[in-house]
Design a protein around this ligand. Structure first.
Ligand code: 6GU
Length: 234
């Protein structure tokens, strides 16, 4: 998979692409993360990427020119058709609090793509003609406002990349965890058996695998009912 990130802060994306499990996935060429600096597509002395909103009001709005040019640049560079139309396996995603809510199901869907192009905004928002002209899919990571789309892009990439074949050491661990099953994960323990008077549930030490499975299912259900009953509806 190739992920292009159109951003004003490419250094943030570089750090993400070099670190931890995502860093390993990049080094192993399971995914390629390519930041592109939107500011490279400005032609005025100040390299402006934003301007005052028509009609007045607070804040600044991200301008069309640099965003369209940065997009067209990465489309050509990534091998999609030269007319700036994306191939069927590619998708342009705008990170914005106005978008559809990101979740595990959406992460799974995006993990099937050949290529993602992520557009990160800053300031009060995008000139609406970016939506009209580029028809991005709009995605939000939750109901709160961030100063920019980069953190949201990194959240999305992390959730998508860890699902790619070969990224997690243990292929099973992505299926076993919270949300994959529609329930929260059961409690986990590791050595020592006894820590400051706190002990590990006896059943986990029993070696009886069907009993352990049963216990874990019951714990998952109990925890989900208690903390996230909304996940059990349906
Ligand atoms: Cl995608 N962007 C920004 N700026 N804020 C957000 C968000 C995205 N998702 C939730 N809050």
């Amino acid at each position: 998979m190739r992920i292009d990130v159109l951003t004003l802060f490419p250094a943030l994306i570089d750090a993400f692409a070099e670190t931890s499990i995502v860093g390993r996935a990049c080094a192993a060429e399971l995914v390629s993360i390519v930041p592109t600096d939107i500011r490279d597509f400005t032609y005025d002395n100040h390299r402006s990427v934003d301007d005052k909103p028509f009609g007045g009001g607070p804040g600044m709005v991200m301008s069309c020119g640099p965003v369209f040019e940065a997009f067209e640049h990465v489309v050509r560079q990534g091998g999609d058709a030269a007319d700036s139309k994306l191939d069927p396996g590619s998708e342009l995603i705008m990170l914005t609090p106005q978008g559809e809510k990101f979740d595990q199901t959406l992460a799974k869907e995006l993990s099937q793509r050949q290529r993602l192009i992520l557009l990160c905004g800053h300031y009060e928002g995008f000139d609406e003609r970016i939506r009209e002209g580029l028809s991005p899919r709009e995605i939000s990571i939750g109901d709160y406002v961030l100063t920019g789309g980069e953190l949201a892009a990194m959240v999305l990439m992390d959730a998508v990349i860890r699902m790619l074949p070969g990224v997690l050491g243990n292929e099973l661990s992505a299926d076993d965890e919270s949300f994959a099953s529609g329930m929260l994960e059961y409690p986990q323990y590791t050595r020592p058996r006894e820590f400051r008077g706190l002990s590990v549930p006896e059943v986990l030490l029993s070696g009886d695998h069907s009993k352990i499975l049963e216990w874990r299912r019951a714990q998952s259900l109990k925890r989900t009912e208690l903390r996230r009953p909304d996940l059990l509806n349906g």
